[in-house]
Write a protein that binds this ligand. Structure first.
Ligand SMILES: Cc1cc2nc3c(=O)[nH]c(=O)nc-3n(C[C@H](O)[C@H](O)[C@H](O)COP(=O)(O)O)c2cc1C
Length: 370
């Protein structure tokens, strides 16, 4: 039976336990998208905290795919030495680090990038006022290549793998969504066509990085938006990703427009509130039974983590906000202090990052300000 402190491997990558730091924008990148000293510190501290796998904050594959001027970029070889500092800092402390790569598509910000956002169709995303430009077929192919080039740079920088950001309403999720992808070409219309972009990104990345380097995905099982992606769509894509050799699927849900049903929910007070994407994880598990599955969203208790693993629904439990407050939570649990994570799920950690100060827990300093 699976337990939290099992040692496992994902496509040859050895992990010390089944706890994952889910991708978390740090708000600490330099305006040119390069790595800063404070960012290296964040990752050093996380690695010292003992989490089995660290997934970095979403790193844009192209400048027009950014949401803020503090988001990392991997669009140029000049950024490789800085990116390598994060990988080195984690490895020096015995950790493992996978970079999350993203294009924010219609959820990118013209105000932040000075560039027009692009998306499958010229449809505004719920919660995001800007109307993006629809990608031409050449534009789609160029973007697929941008994902592959970014993955190659991250491999060169010494990362242990990449995670494609297919969740939370960003570009890959926009292609899958029936309400945001209104294309009539090979990337739109049928579920097979709406799945194609993500599968082509995976194939292009794989062609560049080779078979033995982990390529994972964070996938929205349900957007919780009227007319958008549901399990009817995501289970099809999960099965296709499994057939195409994805190395792990992290199950998430919601977008910036999903209100209370977003990715980072409030009010995780009892064990029953925890692991709120469990039903969606069960659906993805059934569709892609052989693929290592990570479950994110509201995991706060050691007991809940063990129960989910024991039931066989997931192979890994991912956390974001708890590790902002307590980067050493895995070490604490390993040492026998199994009390629940101190995180109160207020999401106040976004506040300082939006002000350019970088993420931090606001509880330790009093009331949430974000
Ligand atoms: C400050 C902050 C930044 C986040 N940045 C990302 C990100 O870059 N990529 C991503 O996939 N999810 C991001 N998320 C969502 C988390 O990875 C996670 O899916 C969500 O917070 C639910 O997990 P939790 O309850 O353990 O926090 C972010 C969440 C927070 C609070």
């Amino acid at each position: 039976m699976r337990t939290v402190f099992d040692r496992t491997t994902i496509n040859g990558l050895e992990l010390a336990n089944r706890l994952v730091r889910s991708a978390t924008w740090e708000g600490l990148g330099a305006p040119d998208g390069s790595v800063t000293d404070r960012l290296v510190e964040v990752y050093r501290e996380l690695a010292e905290g003992g989490v089995g796998l660290i997934i970095t904050g979403y790193t844009a594959v192209r400048a027009d795919g950014r949401q803020s001027a503090t988001q990392l970029l991997a669009d140029d070889d000049r950024l490789i030495p800085g990116l390598a500092r994060i990988a080195d800092a984690v490895h020096q402390r015995g950790g493992r680090v996978v970079a999350q790569i993203v294009h924010c598509g219609g959820q990118a910000s013209r105000a932040a990038t000075g560039l027009d956002p692009v998306a499958p169709s010229a449809v505004a995303s719920p919660g995001y006022p800007e109307v993006p430009l629809a990608l031409t077929p050449d534009g789609v192919n160029t973007l697929i290549a941008a994902f592959a080039n970014a993955a190659r740079r991250l491999k060169d920088a010494g990362y242990d793998g990449v995670q494609l950001h297919g969740a939370h309403g960003y570009l890959l999720a926009q292609f899958l969504s029936p309400s945001r992808n209104l294309r009539r070409d090979r990337w739109g219309g049928s579920l097979v066509n709406r799945s194609r972009f993500t599968l082509e990104v995976l194939a292009a990345v794989r062609a560049v990085v080779g078979a033995g380097w982990p390529v994972m995905i964070k996938l929205n099982a349900n957007d919780f938006l009227e007319g958008s992606t549901t399990e009817a769509d995501s289970t099809h894509l999960a099965a296709a990703l499994a057939a195409a050799g994805i190395d792990a699927i992290e199950v998430s849900g919601g977008t910036g427009g999903s209100g209370k049903l977003g990715a980072a929910r409030a009010g995780i007070e009892s064990e029953a509130d925890e692991a709120y994407f469990l039903p969606q994880a069960e659906a993805i598990r059934a569709a892609a039974p052989g693929v290592p599955l990570m479950l994110v969203g509201g995991v706060r208790s050691f007991e809940v983590a063990e129960r989910v693993l024991g039931a066989g629904v997931a192979d890994y439990l991912s956390m974001s906000r708890p590790l902002i407050r307590e980067p050493d939570l895995p070490r604490r649990w390993a040492a026998g202090d199994r009390r629940r994570a101190a995180c109160v799920s207020c999401s106040g950690c976004f506040g300082p990052a939006r002000k350019g100060e970088g993420i931090r827990c606001v509880q330790e300093r009093g009331q949430p300000d974000g």
